[in-house]
Design a protein around this ligand. Structure first.
Ligand code: ADP
Ligand code: ZN
Length: 756
């Protein structure tokens, strides 16, 4: 047999290698190998086993890396599909399906020396006083990591070795599994009695599993645009409707059938709270199993161990952020994508995959039921459900009889006119009054503003100067505590001036315009000097533990008011929060993106959902300069369906998704003329190759909304077409033959979520 290998260095080709006799039994499809390539040794994956090779003079594989068959054939297939659809080399796709720590095998199982007490056979050997003390310590514990024994017994390795010589104990290395949640105390939970809505959703999922079980061998579905023939499901449940309980019971049902599950959650909601809910349910019972967690905050050693627990089949449930969609779960029965509308499921570097869409593809291929859950489904998914592609499961009320909060929209145009001096447009009267009442009653408040820093720009009112970034086409944000001007795109920082830096002006009356969380906090302290206030944004979270610490303080009531950016908008569950304030709802509306309205609606709904999750009804104030915008008004009425109808009409008129698929081509380079020239050239190529396809829309080239970022100029071409697979093929082929100037780069993004 001959192994066909894809190499990690992107060359869009496969190479054949001989299999040396001593690794014959370890080389199979999916095995990672080191092979000679020119004068070097490079890493690769065996993607096929063939009888004959068209080439002669084959060289042998140098070595096998890690366990054999690291990539299951199913995951390998998925990677190939991904490469085709998202227009990236197979090598790049293969790289991203294994965590770095596993791929490189540089993080290994952690082995530690353990001392283990042995039964005394016959006479007790004669021991010195010191040896006796050490032996007593170990006898009490039976077994201890050697290092801990040394510490506990205040002794040396020599003494312990002497005891080993006398046959009283054994020192041996043992794998010490890293458990990222070892320090949490997790109490097992039982299944809850579900309400009628939950029960209906759960039965539908079980029904889908039944029909999967009846299907013959894995179906080869045309997964191009979704995956027909298999029931994937859309669970639309308002915030607090108890979707998690439905997931938990569905997972349990899959386990009973011997099937594994993957739960995808956005990175941001992978809080210890969320993980704990899953771990707690599956620690006991007849089908108890390990729950593996995969996300970016694990150390590479932890990631290595978690991944292998899955690969070995010991962990049958995986919970993780987007890359967990590649988890090597065998006999996969269920994939849950929670908060399916979240944009963080999209990877913003090659391969630019969308984990939700890959979940649908993977589910269809492996006959796993896919449940997409959200309080605010993406227009695309809801459209698919309406078209009958997904079954729609609705859970319109909260699980515990609580009402959805009352949402009041505050017109900032009116409020800012009567605003007190010193607090321009930060807090309207009704919001201030609301906070005052909560403080009196000992209830908590969350204030949301999606911009960190103190103010969004520094201006000189006299000459009109605005401090801008030298590398990007944005203004600099003022951070007061550090007294710095920062660029939120490239990280550029400079000292904040006290007078206008323009030599011909130099005026001292510099103004800070626009609002950031830092300024909100400062204003709050002034308005409510006795309140305990905390701020949560990227500036206040310096250490890994900060996030957890602030949330714990908030949960235990040591904080009255929590101010934050979108990291506090989602997933958090604090029963004592009865007031939520959205300080400036317009922020996400004025973005040059056809999804701006959708994003605003989602954000407002999610933030509002943090209020009134306990016994007291919640109240939400949404401050806005455009209070009658549909996204704000539909969110106020908790009217998803109404929002969807209005939105989908607009999308249809302009041929935006879901009525088309988008490929966004961005050209980047330091020389603007070269970038423009290359973009024009590509446009011509596109016109020639696909311009005549019926229904094809090609727009641009045009300067990107963010025309300059990190000192690169950026021009875009947007292609809209109804079926992506065919277009992807043409785009990949075009890219392969394209000759761009050396310093101009082309980025192709299929189904982009970020149009900037
Ligand atoms: P969602 O994920 O839909 O926003 P959660 O799963 O967080 O909602 O549920 C909200 C709250 O309702 C949680 O505290 C949960 O424990 C509770 N809950 C869920 N289902 C039930 C039920 N059947 N009976 C009582 N409480 C429930
Ligand atoms: Zn910048």
């Amino acid at each position: 047999m001959i192994a066909r290998v894809t190499l990690e260095i992107a060359v869009r080709k496969e190479f054949d290698y001989l299999i040396p006799a001593d690794c014959v039994d370890r080389v199979e499809v999916g095995t990672r190998v080191k092979v000679p390539f020119g004068p070097r040794l490079v890493l690769g994956v065996v993607t096929a086993m063939v009888e004959h090779s068209p080439h002669t003079n084959l060289r042998p594989i140098s070595s096998v890396v890690g366990v054999s068959g690291m990539l299951t054939p199913r995951v390998l297939e998925l990677a190939r599909w991904m490469a085709g659809y998202y227009c990236c080399p197979v090598e790049t796709a293969l790289k991203s399906v294994l965590p770095e720590a596993v791929r490189k095998e540089d993080a290994k199982w952690k082995e530690r020396l353990y001392a283990q007490v042995l039964p005394v056979v016959g006479e007790m050997p004669k021991l010195t006083q010191r040896q006796m003390e050490v032996w007593h310590v170990l006898e009490e514990w039976r077994e201890l990591p050697l290092q801990e024994l040394l510490k506990l017994a205040e002794t040396t390795v020599e003494t312990v070795r002497r005891l080993e010589d006398k046959g009283l104990l054994r020192i041996a290395p043992r794998v010490d599994e890293r458990d990222p949640y070892a320090r949490e105390e997790i109490l097992p939970t039982q299944a809850m009695v579900m309400n009628a809505e939950q029960q209906r959703a759960y039965e539908a999922i079980r029904g889908a599993m039944d029909s999967m079980a009846r299907l013959p061998e894995p179906v080869e579905v045309r997964t191009g645009e979704g995956g027909a023939g298999v029931p994937p499901l859309l669970l639309h449940g308002v915030t607090g409707s108890g979707k998690t309980e439905v997931y938990l019971q569905a997972i349990a049902s899959a386990l009973e059938r011997g099937w594994g599950s993957i739960v995808l959650v956005p990175e941001i909601s992978l809080t210890p709270q969320t993980v704990e809910r899953f771990k707690a349910r599956f620690t006991t019972g007849p089908n108890a199993t390990l729950v593996a967690v995969l996300h970016s905050h694990l150390s590479s050693g932890e990631r290595h161990d978690e991944w292998h627990k899955i690969r070995q089949g010991r962990a049958r449930i995986v919970i993780g952020a987007r890359s967990a969609v590649f988890a090597p779960v065998e006999r996969l029965g269920l994939i849950v994508v929670d908060e399916e509308h979240e944009h963080s499921y999209k990877q913003e570097e090659a391969p630019r995959y969308h984990a939700r869409d890959l979940a649908v593809v993977r589910g269809a291929r492996e006959r796993a039921v896919v449940v997409l859950g959200s309080a605010t489904p993406s227009v695309e998914s809801y459209y698919n459900a309406k078209k009958g592609k997904y079954s729609l499961l609705e859970m319109p009320s909260r699980a515990t009889d609580q009402k959805l909060p009352v949402v009041r929209v505050v017109d900032l145009r009116v409020e800012s006119r009567k605003g007190e001096k010193g607090t321009p447009g930060v807090f309207s009267e009704p919001l201030k009054e609301g906070i005052r009442q909560r403080l009196e009653k000992g209830e908590q408040t969350i204030l949301f503003l999606n911009r960190r820093g103190y103010s969004s720009s520094l201006q000189c009112p006299k000459c009109g100067y605005v401090a801008g970034c030298p590398n990007c086409s944005v203004s600099l944000t003022f951070h007061r505590a550090k007294h710095l001007l920062l660029c939120h795109i490239c990280g550029h920082s400079e000292a904040a001036p006290v007078r206008c830096p323009k030599p011909e002006c130099g005026d001292g009356g510099i103004r800070y315009a626009g609002l950031g969380t830092e300024r909100v906090e400062e204003t709050l302290v002034r308005l409510f000097p006795k309140a305990r206030i905390a701020r949560m944004d990227r500036d206040t979270l310096q250490k890994k533990e900060d996030y957890r610490r602030i949330l714990t303080e908030f949960r235990t009531g040591r904080i009255d008011i929590l101010v934050g950016t979108q990291m506090i908008a989602k997933g958090l569950h604090f029963p004592n929060v009865t007031l939520v304030g959205v300080l400036y709802a317009d922020l996400s509306l004025h973005v040059p993106d056809f999804r701006a309205g959708e994003r605003t609606f989602q954000l407002l709904t999610q933030v509002s959902g943090r209020a009134g999750r306990g016994d007291v009804e919640g109240e939400v104030f949404v401050q806005s300069f455009t209070p009658f915008h549909p996204a704000i008004q539909f969110a106020r009425r908790h009217d998803y369906a109404g929002f969807y109808e209005a939105e989908v009409e607009f999308r249809e008129q302009l041929k935006y998704p879901p009525f088309s698929r988008i490929a966004l081509l961005t050209l980047k380079g330091r020389n603007e003329d070269k970038v423009k020239f290359s973009a024009d050239h590509i446009r011509k190529e596109l016109d020639a190759k696909v311009g005549s396809w019926p229904g094809m829309v090609i727009a641009g080239p045009a300067p990107a909304p963010l025309v300059r970022a990190e000192s690169f100029f950026r021009y875009q071409i947007m292609i809209r077409y109804r079926a992506m697979s065919r277009l992807s093929q043409v785009l990949s082929a075009m890219e392969a033959t394209l000759h761009l100037p050396e310093d101009v780069h082309l980025v192709m993004d299929v189904d982009p979520v970020n149009l900037m």
